[in-house]
Structure formats: C-alpha cells, structure tokens
Design a protein around this ligand. Structure first.
Ligand SMILES: Nc1ncnc2c1ncn2[C@@H]1O[C@H](COP(=O)(O)OP(=O)(O)OP(=O)(O)O)[C@@H](O)[C@H]1O
Length: 247
C-alpha cells in the first residue's frame, strides 16, 4: 500500500489578501496514523480541500501516491474520505446509501455487506439513516470511505460528538486501517484522543507548519513544564501554537 503516501509541498492558499495556508509542507506515510492538528482557523480544512481538489491551491502541490486527486483514474478507489459534513440521505437506509455509492464505483452489493460488517453496522443497515445515532452515522461514513478498499484514508474530526464507546471504536478502527498498511490522515482538535492514536503529528498554526514528526519525538523535543513530568500533547500543542501566533 506504499502508493498511498500523502505529500504536501509548499502548499499555499490565499483568499483575497488573506493567506490561510502558507507554504505548508508535510508528509503522511503508509502504515501510520498521522494526526493533523491546529487551532481553529489554522487552515486544516482548507488544506484537506486542496488535497481532495475541492479548492484549488494558489501555489504548491498536494499529492497522494505521487499524483494529484484530479489525476487519479479512480479517485474513490484510491482515497476514502470522511468529512464532517458528509452524510447519507435521511430517508435512505444505510445499506441503500452504500449500494448507490458502490454502484457508481462499479462495485457489487457483496462489497456493501462486507464493509457494513467491518464497521459493525449489519443489523442497523436496513434502518433509515435519518434515524441513526451520531455513532452510527460515523460508522456509515467510514463504511462509505472503505467501499473502494483505498490505500489512503482522510478523516476530518472523526470522533466529534461520539460517546466514549464510539470514540474507542473509531480509534481502534483507524489503528487497524493503518496496521493494514494504509495511509491514515486525521484532522482533529481533540488532543487527548489524538495522543492515544497518533504515530506521527503535523501541527500547524496560522497556515504554517509548526512541527511534524513521530509523536514521541515531538513530545521529547518540547520543553517540559516542570522537570518531573514529560509534557503531554496538549501542553506541547498549546506551547507551540501560541508561540507561533506571537511571532
Ligand atoms: N472560502 C473562503 N473564503 C475566505 N476565507 C476562507 C474561506 N474558507 C476558509 N477561509 C478562512 O481560512 C482560514 C482557515 O480556515 P480553515 O477552515 O481551513 O481552518 P481550520 O483549521 O479547519 O479551522 P477549524 O479547526 O475551526 O475547522 C479561516 O480564517 C477561514 O475564515
């Protein structure tokens, strides 16, 4: 699955006079969960949109497996995406939603049943998506992203609004997907949860890279708030992003 590597290089986005992503470069590697972190308005969603060709970069490049999203012959089979806003039609059952998406990709209904099973949604699959709990909606989103067996998965705030069991489940699922060799990029604000999940972190503030690297290395490099304890991701994040904003 090495083909799923994400490479963001000198990516820049301006809206009028505002530079919201500023010469940003980072990578997300196959077989690892990379957590993409930054304060509100830092440019995370804009970066993900450029990666997925939902917004055109002002300059720079963002590639997945060496090519841009637009260059992919079968993007839905290469990249699975779970964005916060994405959802099924409320009047459609979960299974029917997946069948419609599968049909556009030329996939059989047997694949729908496989992904339903893999996210634990088989029994709820014949209920209308409009009646799903937040946790079921999140599982359906993940099932949709997995349909084409993509090498790369991109999640925007995957644990927002979930109860502790739901959060635990999503974390386990994302870990398993990375362990299968997939590239997993997760954008989130929830630092404690990300600390339990991340192999690598990419932290941005005001559109610029603040730091990136393996979680342990990022934590080790940070100045300890006191000599007794190793700092956690939250204190490192606050320290680095506040420092970046002051500059
Ligand atoms: N279409 C647009 N036109 C003008 N400004 C925009 C547009 N889209 C985003 N922005 C601005 O770009 C900046 C970055 O927004 P973005 O949504 O990428 O940040 P974010 O890191 O995802 O934030 P959050 O964590 O709050 O979702 C913000 O200041 C936002 O107002």
């Amino acid at each position: 699955m090495a083909e799923g590597r994400i490479v963001v290089s000198e990516l820049t986005k301006r809206f009028g006079a505002d530079t919201v992503v500023d010469h940003l470069s980072f990578t997300a590697e196959p077989g690892r969960v990379t957590c993409f972190l930054g304060p509100n308005g830092a440019g995370k969603t804009t970066t993900l949109k450029m990666l997925l060709n939902l917004t055109r970069p002002t300059s720079g490049t963002a590639t997945i497996g060496g090519i841009t999203f637009t260059e992919m012959a079968e993007p839905l089979r290469s990249v699975g995406v779970v964005l916060e806003s994405a959802g099924a039609h409320p009047g459609r059952t979960g299974r029917d939603h997946l069948r419609v998406v599968a049909a556009t990709m030329g996939l059989p209904d047997t694949r729908v049943d496989e992904v339903l099973d893999s996210v634990g949604l088989t029994t709820a699959a014949r209920r209308r998506a409009g009646r799903y709990s937040q946790g079921m909606r999140q599982r359906l989103g993940i099932a949709t992203a997995l349909l084409g067996d993509p090498a790369t998965l991109i999640f925007d705030e995957p644990t927002n609004g979930l109860d502790p069991a739901g959060v635990h489940w999503v974390r386990g699922r994302l870990r398993a997907l990375a362990d299968e060799g997939r590239t997993v990029l997760v954008s989130s604000h929830l630092l404690t949860e990300m600390e339990m999940l991340a192999d690598d972190v990419v932290i941005i503030a005001a559109g610029r890279l603040v730091t990136q690297g393996p979680l342990d290395a990022v934590l080790d490099a940070a100045p300890a708030p006191d000599s007794r304890a190793k700092p956690g991701l939250e204190s490192v994040f606050l320290h680095l992003t506040q420092e970046a904003e002051v500059r």
